[in-house]
Ligand binder design. Structure first.
Ligand code: FES
Ligand SMILES: [Fe+2]
Length: 414
């Protein structure tokens, strides 16, 4: 008899947030349970931008966890989402990444769906010349693909398969909502996109995003060019559920370069590197709070980035236990001047595909996945900055990583 994944034993999570069993990144059963309990559970999955499905008929295909979904705007102006799986034999309904459609037709046996995901047509439903066809009892209304609940917040489109999910603003909480509003304060345009293939479990990347401790130690660019150092003013906000976070810092040119990194003899602090074109770092002030770097995450797999004038959203998609797809979408404001747009595009080279920072984050996830291959009974230590998952002004802490595991335990509880 087949055992349901819900009753299989899951990786034992110790009660203290400071320990993470390595098995949690490597077990297929755990991975399958995450799909149902987290990605199809009462969470909000980031799907796309409102601006990417601006007109009736505009659609995008994407994923909620590993589940393929379609997001489409109908004539009523509303955005609809449904599983991209034909009710007949399960083929993908929409094959393109994006497009415009009056309706959708599965290529396999030509069953059709409207933009709200309702099954509207079955080819040869009544047979051919009196032969074959579906039984009279077959009811198309009863066989649509699974619908997604859709919520749009600040131009971000989220979807959930659960009827029990909290309303989006309640899910995010006031502090996180306000920090999203800060960046997505006016209409945006997509100015570039790329996908990064990560050789590791999705959770290692989400932890990396929340890990304010690593940024200036791993990333030579951040430290050497003083974009992000732990000695800068800033802080970490962890929402009460632990699920979401914000890490922020401020470049203060008037403050002398501190020598705390020199004292630690860190690889990331060096006098050997100079930029041939320092204009890469030149930007303009656009927020009056002085925050030059704000990294924000929403559980389970959404990231909003403001690094100086480089704005982006990132979507974290698991692709099996040890592979993750990271979709980057770079943004500018519709109101940008050509000069501002140029600055955003130039700065995207620092964090994006031409720079070292995202490459390094992808590499370390792979180093962990390879490092733990023979140690599924061992645990990671997450004790920097204490044992809790609370907000703090210092960033030499793993508080938001512990927050992730607090939320993870909540959703994965057997
Ligand atoms: S699988 Fe889609 S119509 Fe048959
Ligand atoms: Fe990083």
């Amino acid at each position: 008899m087949l055992e349901s994944s819900a009753v299989r034993p899951l990786v034992f999570m110790p009660p203290e947030l400071t320990r993470v069993p390595f098995a949690v990144y490597a077990h297929a059963e755990q991975h399958a349970a995450e799909q149902t309990r987290i990605f199809q559970g009462p969470t909000w999955n980031y799907l796309c931008l409102d601006a990417e499905v601006a007109e009736p008929g505009d659609y995008r295909t994407t994923f909620a966890g590993e589940t393929p979904v379609v997001v489409v705007r109908d004539d009523d102006g509303e955005i609809y989402g449904f599983e991209n799986r034909c009710a007949h034999r399960g083929a993908l309904i929409a094959l393109e990444r994006a497009g415009r459609a009056d309706s959708f037709q599965c290529v396999y046996h030509a069953w059709s769906y409207n933009r709200q995901g309702e099954l509207t047509g079955v080819a040869f439903e009544h047979g051919v010349k009196g032969q074959g066809g579906m039984p009279a009892s077959f009811c198309k209304e009863a066989h649509g693909p699974r619908p997604l609940r859709i919520a749009v917040f600040c131009g971000l489109v989220f979807g959930s398969f659960s009827d029990d999910v909290l309303p989006i603003e309640e899910y995010l909480g006031e502090e996180i909502s306000q920090r999203i509003r800060r960046v997505l304060r006016e209409p945006v345009q997509v100015i570039g996109r790329f996908t990064q293939a990560l050789p590791n479990n999705w959770k290692l990347y989400v932890e990396n995003v929340k890990d304010s401790y690593h940024a200036s130690l791993l990333h030579l660019f951040f430290t050497t060019f003083e974009l992000n150092r732990l000695s800068q003013r800033g802080g970490v906000i962890v929402d009460p559920s632990g699920a979401h976070h914000v890490s922020y810092s401020m470049i203060e040119p008037e403050r002398a370069k501190d020598d705390s990194y020199k004292a630690q003899k860190l690889r990331s602090d060096t006098d050997d590197y100079r930029l041939k074109d320092p204009s890469l770092l030149a930007g303009f002030t656009e927020y009056d709070d002085g925050v030059t770097l704000q990294i924000l995450s929403v559980f389970p797999g959404f990231v909003l980035q403001q690094i100086q004038n480089c704005l982006a959203v990132r979507q974290v998609l698991p692709k099996g236990v040890a592979r993750t797809e990271l979709n980057w979408t770079y943004l500018g404001y519709v109101s940008d001047t050509p000069e501002q747009r140029q600055v955003r595009l130039k700065q995207s080279n620092l964090i994006g595909p031409a720079g070292f920072i995202s490459m390094e984050d992808g590499a370390v996830g792979g180093f962990v996945q390879r490092g733990i291959a023979g140690a599924h009974d061992a645990q990671a230590i997450v004790e920097m900055g204490g044992e809790d998952a609370a907000s703090s002004e210092g960033r030499a802490t793993e508080a938001s990583v512990r927050g992730f595991w607090k939320a993870y335990r909540y959703y994965m509880a057997p």
